[in-house]
Each structure stands twice: as structure tokens, then as C-alpha cells.
Design a protein around this ligand. Sequence first.
Ligand SMILES: [Zn+2]
Length: 204
Amino acid sequence: MIEGFTETAESLIAAAANFYQRGWVLGTSGNFSAVMSRAPLRLAITPSGADKGALRPEQILLIDEHLNVINQSAAKPSDESPLHVRVVQERGAGAVMHTHSIWSTMLSDVHFERHGLEIEGFEMLKGLAGVTTHEHREWLPILENSQDMARLAGEVAVTLTEHPNAHGFLLRKHGLYTWGKNLGEARRHVEILEFLLESIGRRS
Ligand SMILES: [Zn+2]
């Protein structure tokens, strides 16, 4: 097994369980990944269809950039694995996290016609990497949802190129994607963006 995999699997499980308890990944939704190696790419990722509140270490998969499972596991990688791989490639991320919260689901529909959501003036913006003032203006792009993950991954790549400073994006009526240089930063970005989305949602 690749070095550090067990510790990474445990960190993914801890994040998933915490987010499950907060109602952000109910009903087996959401998925989480972390880069174990970049060349060749090796990604530890949660499996498809698993309860995120009760993951076990043996359920965490190790995949390559073509979504082949490298470790011994009967489980299937998340259907959304192509999006994780693409975010890692486009952003050089060390970890990618995807939640299905009520607020991200609702706001991704309400703001869809503008293809994004502006977040400005909140102190909590300073929890995003590189942001040093509440006066920061964050643009959270919104993409139409799809079950064609190969095509959607291509659209994600275009969106990330168009918005090089974005810390995440929304899929319409679906949920939030964010990432970080490591698992800790990605987890913080989920907490910050979910907080901001809930703040905006409750106010409107
Ligand atoms: Zn999803």
C-alpha cells in the first residue's frame, strides 16, 4: 500500500462523519478525496453509495487518473470521481471535498441564471486561502448539473480557467465542490463556504 494511505483514509473518514452530522452529506451523498502521489496520480477517495456517517478504512479506494482502482477493494469509486481528478489537475489541489447541503442546493438554483453567486463583506471570507480582508469579493461559479461526468469534468475545467481565483463552485440543485492544498485546508473551505451560503440563504 502507498505510504500514508491509512492515515489519509482515517482523515477522510473523520471529515465525512463530521459533515454527515452537520447534515451536509446525508443519504450517501457527497464525496471526498486526497492526493497520495502526483506523478503518477494516486487519489484516495470515498466509494460510491456509502453512508458518509459510517465509513470504514477498507472502503476507501486508491485510484489513478483514469479511475482504475489500485488497491484491493470490491467497492466502486464515486460516480463523481472525474470531477475530483479534474480539480486536482487544474488547481494542483491536495484534497477535494463535495457536499450536498440544503443551502448549496437551494442557492445554486436561485442564482443559476447569473451563472454564479457573489459573496462579499463577510469576516468569514478570511478563512479562504489567500484572503486577508472581509472586503474580498468571492465569485462562486454555478454549473448546470449533469449525469455525464466526462462532459461535466470538461465544463469544470473551463470554469476553473475562467475563474482562476475561485475557491469552489456549485452544481445546480446538487451541491458544493471545494478543495485545498491539503485535507485540513479543504475541510476548512467546506466549513467557510457552507457558513457563508447559509448566512446568505437565511438573510434572503
Ligand atoms: Zn454530488
